[in-house]
Design a binder for this molecule. Structure first.
Ligand code: UD1
Length: 421
């Protein structure tokens, strides 16, 4: 199993290109199941979750080809199996995203229940209840969701909670349903909007994009000849590298990104003392060699502070000047990184869903590991400022969501290498 070894202490500096957003690529690849025409998708990040999604679609009979620039061409016209098996769903919960497209286009779907996960229970009740409201018959048997339907019917759906993949599943389903579907309390994450723009480019009729009320006029079929769609940049990858620069008191410029999707994160970095300038598709961060100041954070759905950036800011607060609190409101168990950071000398106290971090002058490198993607990334960030060597184990989590992390950090001057042992 691969591990990362980091020797801390270097101030990061330089330029970096941001990859396409994982959380937009996954629903968009699932949405290709709806298209009667082959479609090409560009700016696909080089990640394990993309490989898993290609495997998932491939075993259904979908034809996929990928070129050296990571453009994926997908033809779903010969789909002949309507199943997401447990072996794939257990490694990637986002596999649930094929449920809506399979059901609405092919009339059936058999998707393994995702089950528990490192950051909480993460149920899919909102996905299922809403599909039932649209006319689906759903049975859960032996760990699988079995759904069938003739043509689904549009209706008004008021979601109990803001759910990103839930909104995406229902959006994709409603595109081919009969009549109008209104999704209220919809997630407004930029990745949801990117999916909606992709669906419209294929001929769907979605309005209210970027708001929490999505209105979808169902159509008989979608698909546009020779469509090429480019995925939005990854705002969480962007934020992670900005924190990497801030935590090491460095300076970086990230390119091919979307500053307008990062308002809450950039505000907190400014509060931490970063000098930030932005252009249309770049962000420059300069700490001028200063120690970051501790910041208080409360996670919530977009446009508030993203839960996927919480662990990285916990790492920054652990070496910042002062005391900062991190309150997690989206997932109930998302502090596994805290115990590992404590082993590196961080002073963090957990009180229910809040982590109180008292900044330390110095963390000390240690062997650490984490059980989810962003927590693992936060340990790499802690390693960048720790004294001595940090060995981060179980980095397959990082490879699920970060495109060549050690190469990108090394490009910024970090001493980091991947070892297979
Ligand atoms: C997505 C993102 C993930 C991010 C999260 C929150 C993808 C592939 N993943 O995950 O990176 O951390 O949004 O921004 O896009 N919930 C229910 N019932 C449901 C669905 C969700 O109770 O049917 C709850 C969840 O347990 C959680 C909250 O709603 O407490 C938000 O979860 P959700 O937005 O659905 O997360 P994901 O879409 O799985």
């Amino acid at each position: 199993m691969d591990k990362l070894i980091i020797t801390g202490g270097t101030q990061l500096s330089g330029e970096l290109r941001i990859a396409g957003a994982k959380n937009a690529a996954l629903p968009i690849l699932a949405a290709t199941l709806l298209s009667e025409e082959a479609v090409s998708v560009g700016n696909i990040p080089h990640l394990h979750d993309i490989t898993t999604t290609m495997q998932l679609l491939g075993q259904m009979g979908v034809r996929l080809t990928i070129d050296e620039k990571m453009n994926i061409r997908v033809d779903s016209n010969e789909t002949n199996k309507f199943e997401a098996p447990y072996e794939l769903v257990k490694t990637m919960r986002a596999s649930i995203l094929v449920l809506g497209p399979l059901l609405t286009r092919f009339g059936q779907a058999h998707v393994s229940l995702p089950g528990g996960c490192a950051i909480g229970t993460r149920p899919v009740d909102i996905h299922l209840d809403s599909l039932i409201k649209m006319g689906a018959e759903i049975k859960v048997d032996a760990g699988y969701i079995h759904a069938k339907a003739s043509r689904l019917k549009g209706c008004r759906l008021v979601l109990d909670k803001v759910t990103v993949t839930g909104t995406e599943n229902l959006l994709m389903t409603a595109v081919l349903a009969k009549g109008t579907t209104v999704i209220e309390n919809a997630a407004k994450e930029p990745e949801v909007s990117d999916l909606a723009h992709f669906l419209n480019a294929m001929g769907a009729k979605i309005s209210g994009i970027d708001s929490d009320v999505l209105v979808i006029e169902g159509v008989e079929k979608i698909g546009k000849k020779d469509l090429h769609y480019t995925i939005v940049p990854d705002r969480i990858e962007t934020g992670t590298y900005l924190v990497a620069a801030a935590i090491t008191r460095g300076q970086i410029k990230v390119k091919d990104t979307r500053p307008d999707t990062l308002d809450a994160v950039l505000d907190k970095l400014k509060e931490a003392g970063a000098d930030i300038t932005t252009g249309e598709d770049w962000i420059n961060l300069d700490m001028h060699g200063k120690q970051p100041k501790a910041v208080n954070i409360r996670t919530a759905p977009y446009p508030a502070f993203p839960t996927d950036m919480q662990a990285q800011f916990t790492a920054m607060n652990s070496v910042a000047d002062g005391v900062g609190t991190i309150t997690e409101t989206v997932f109930e168990n998302r502090f596994m990184h805290v115990q590992e950071m404590q082993r590196m000398g961080a002073n963090i106290q957990l009180e229910s869903n809040t982590a109180i971090c008292k900044g330390q002058q110095q963390l000390i490198g240690a062997p650490v590991m984490a059980t989810d993607l962003r927590a693992s990334a936060s340990l790499v960030l802690a390693g960048l400022v720790a004294k001595g060597e940090t060995l981060v184990d179980r980095i397959y989590h990082i490879d699920r969501g970060y495109d060549h992390i050690e190469e990108k950090l090394a490009q910024l001057g970090a001493t980091i290498k991947r070892i297979a042992r």
